[in-house]
Design a protein around this ligand. Sequence first.
Ligand code: GLN
Length: 409
Amino acid sequence: HARRLEGIDKNIWVEFTQLAADYKAVNLGQGFPDFSPPAFIQEAFCKAVGGGCTMHQYTRAFGHPPLVKILAKFFGRVLGRDIDPWEDILVTVGAYEALFCSFQALIDEGDEVIIIEPFFDCYQPMVKMAGGTAVYVPLRPRSGSGMALSSADWILSPEELEGKFTPRTKAIVINTPNNPLGKVFQKEELQVIADLCVKHDVVCISDEVYEWLTYDGAKHVKIGENCCCWRIFLNKIPSVPLDGRLVGWAVGPRRVMTHLKTVHQNSIYHSATAAQEAVAVGFQREYDCFGTKESYLKQLPEMLHHKRLRLAQCLQSVGLQPILPQGGYFMIADISSLKVDFNDPSAQDEPYDYRFVKWLIKEKGLATIPVSAFYSPEHQKDFQNYIRFCFVKENATLNAAEEILKQWN
Ligand code: GLN
């Protein structure tokens, strides 16, 4: 095998999703909704599939024309500037491919990429496959004010961040709202990052896949609104299983996007035409009803807000301290108050949270994700006391999880 694959053969989604299936566990692990996408998306997809032969053929490699046009209009309005549908956008297979193209397009052997911990796990292997080195900077729970009970209490030290920039730094990845913590970065925090990017001529890759999911007045802000830092925004429609997983995109300056397109045209080439058509129809609808109560991007966070409070209450009632997320659809909780005897000498070298989650799946039938999976090997040992719950689930699924949690106390 190629050297670039060394050390990245394990994948938590593959491992824990299989385990959850094997034990038929109630699944609050992998982040996917267990309910159907909204009717308008299902209808648009059915119509596209039945829409004649062009929908079953290749479309434009860098994005189906109706989709890039509406994305340019939609995000042009969000960003308050003109976006060229033909030059500034690349449609990808989910946000995964947008990330992959970004790293392959920008990172050379020996380059460094700054990643903020905890981070969505695929950033590190993707940086490695591009020949780069990941350099980590942690969000730390605010000290002094007792327990950090909200994701807002986890902060980045500007000095520590600045110390990570070197002449080899090529890019920094940010993820807001963050997975797994749910932190929504504030304008001031983003300004610090943007200023450092300008100073060191570094590109910011901004993973915003949960952009529309914010709670309690937290506001999603896009980095570098008023400065000239290089930014690539990655996105998808959240929680639309059909499309969120098939169709993602990157938006950025054409000088950078042209290189992402080179990677795309020589690897994936293009994503399914009918799915792109359905997303285009969905976005047109969202464009037309933006900000009204008809908007799915408004309805979804309202629905999730209730599920989030409910899960938090449930965890608290069984003595698991949750950190309330400001955004996204994950919640992490501290498990250190639970003393469990795993009785499994074979797995002693695994982090505590991995062993805990395996025990929870096998013995209690509830699947979650260990949070140390979102840390670098160097810092994993400091964060073994949290597990991640996903709440983009049917109420029946949340009820079943609650039953399990209540019973074991
Ligand atoms: N993004 C999702 C999560 O964090 C799932 C990722 C995956 O399954 N590969 O749970």
